[in-house]
Write a protein that binds this ligand. Sequence first.
Ligand SMILES: Cc1cc2nc3c(=O)[nH]c(=O)nc-3n(C[C@H](O)[C@H](O)[C@H](O)COP(=O)(O)O)c2cc1C
Length: 194
Amino acid sequence: MSAPDLYLPVLHGTVREGRKSIHVARFVEARLRERPGVETRLFDPREWPFGNLVAREWEQDPRPPRVAEFVDEMARADGFVIVTPEYNHGYPGTLKNMLDAVYDEWNRKPFALVGCGGVSGGLRALDALRQVVTGLGAITVPTHVPVQSVGKEFEVGGPHDPEKWTKRFARLFDELEWYARALKAAREAAPPGA
Ligand SMILES: Cc1cc2nc3c(=O)[nH]c(=O)nc-3n(C[C@H](O)[C@H](O)[C@H](O)COP(=O)(O)O)c2cc1C
């Protein structure tokens, strides 16, 4: 297989005890990893020091090693998938704190959104997130995947109907890769801020 030319990390949105959406995030990471030319990694907020925003990464001196590692990983990324639950019609504060911790590293890159919820599949959280992503100087791809009744659809080992979800996510990944390659070429031709 050829060396990956795209790095597309998966950002998960919650640290809630008993969270179901992490099973979706793990499934997304596994399917993304199978795609030729794609490298990925799951960023679980439980493993990163962004619980409450106290300072942005460039305001920290010295910058803690885990913060520096996160910045480096986001800097080399070509696009992102966010997998988030919907809490009271919004996205979790955990996710917002993680997004707010860095800035330049998101700029002019595409985000693909996956929502997890009840009947709405997290659609209201995704709508709100589109505004936030614009604020990061980035774009969201037009497609999104709402996972309705996430607790019934996904278990620890993955979805009850893997074929259905593999197909749904494939469309989202096709689109994300298209935007990621197009914007990568554009950033290389004319670097942001140059
Ligand atoms: C604080 C809280 C608020 C919620 N609000 C919504 C909501 O607005 N819309 C919805 O569809 N589900 C809502 N739910 C149900 C969640 O979609 C469901 O619990 C789902 O499993 C959440 O993802 P998680 O398990 O990864 O935390 C809410 C759940 C919690 C814990």
